[in-house]
Design a protein around this ligand. Structure first.
Ligand SMILES: Cc1ncc(C[n+]2csc(CCOP(=O)(O)OP(=O)(O)O)c2C)c(N)n1
Length: 331
């Protein structure tokens, strides 16, 4: 399925910018949470940015993505506006769901972002329905469902794979195997090889280094072509690593460590997808520090603008329940 096609320099720089925007937005949200500024919690995907960046680079607004509780990166990589994400998480009317969804439910249908989901595996049946619509529309569009290694143990994944394989749905399963499900190392709660589950349904499988954005991009180039040509679903297992805690207040509730500081530090040092791409570009003499700095500054400016937009946003109206939750109650 591999097309042997690699991203060119300008595509690499685009990928770098996408990863920077995700990183800055999430670092900002982590700081905001610590400062008590957010009305809800956040699950950050810092360290995992290469997966949504490399996958979504091959999607258009007509394609759909469904996501997880760790969904900011999917939202941004699929073209969601940083200001709509930040305003949403700040609980403002200008957010992508009018501040009613928060981090766990970010969505923007105009961009094909059909929703993050707080229920582990909950995005899988939603994506199956979207892919059925793609199939019936027969317009070359496709759906991607991102989910974690923990979600691979949910029964609904098997139901979806059975249906998608039989109907040859244009559906891509992307399992972000970040080595943990909440506070449990994956190996202690998940039997076998995750992508082998797809083989039981004759769904083609690709396993990729999910911290190497060029590898993810390259894998997706072939996979998207395969899916769009009507050959049915594909399963990608992307190996990556969650640098941050499961959620931002984890240290207050988890007393028994499930990984060492040294391990996290080593991953941060050696396997950061942003550093990995920059080092490769430098080693190949394809980009220099000045280019990196300018991309970094552009990404930071986008996030700063998003924060200002969110700060200036409108708090929910006092009649919020009546306005958004109940239909047809007022005459
Ligand atoms: C159906 C369901 N069961 C349990 C939970 C609690 N929960 C929230 S996140 C999580 C771990 C999910 O792990 P994984 O799918 O690997 O995603 P990751 O957090 O690693 O991104 C669990 C068990 C939930 N939200 N939904």
């Amino acid at each position: 399925m591999s097309k042997n096609l690699s991203p060119d320099v300008s595509e690499c720089l685009e990928l770098l910018k996408t990863m920077h925007v995700i990183r800055y937005a999430e670092e900002q949200l982590g700081d905001d949470f610590a400062a008590g500024k957010l009305p809800g919690g956040v699950h950050l995907s810092i360290g995992q940015e290469a997966v949504p960046a490399g996958i979504c680079a091959h999607l258009t607004d007509r394609d759909q993505v469904s996501s997880t509780h760790r969904g900011h990166g999917h939202f941004l990589a699929k073209g969601g506006e940083p200001r709509h994400l930040i305003a949403e998480i700040y609980g403002k009317e200008e957010g992508c769901c009018r501040g009613m969804g928060g981090s766990l439910h970010v969505a923007d249908y105009s961009k094909g972002i059909i929703g993050a989901n707080g229920i582990v595996g909950g995005g899988i049946p939603v994506a199956t329905g979207a892919a059925l619509a793609n199939h019936l529309d027969d317009d070359g569009s496709m759906t991607v469902v991102f989910f974690g290694d923990g979600a691979s143990n949910q029964g609904v994944l098997q139901e979806s794979m059975n249906f998608a394989a039989l109907w040859k749905l244009p559906l891509l399963y992307v399992c972000e195997n970040n080595q943990f499900g909440q506070f449990s190392p994956t190996a202690t709660v998940t039997a076998g090889v995750i992508s082998d589950r797809a083989k039981a349904f004759d769904i083609p499988v690709e396993v990729v280094d999910g911290n190497d954005v060029r590898a993810v991009w390259q894998t997706m180039a072939g996979v998207a072509e395969h899916i769009r040509s009507g050959k049915g679903p594909v399963f990608i297992e992307a190996h990556t690593y969650r640098i941050r805690n499961h959620f931002e207040r984890e240290h207050l509730v988890i007393k028994t460590p499930y990984r060492t500081e040294e391990e996290v530090e080593k991953m941060r040092r050696e396997r950061d997808p942003i550093k990995m791409l920059q080092e490769w570009l430098k080693d190949e003499n394809l980009a220099d520090e000045a280019t990196f700095q300018s991309i970094d500054e552009d990404a930071r400016a986008l996030v700063d603008e998003a924060v200002a937009f969110g700060d200036a946003g409108t708090p929910p109206p006092l009649d919020v329940g009546e306005k958004y939750q109940f239909v047809g109650t007022s005459s």
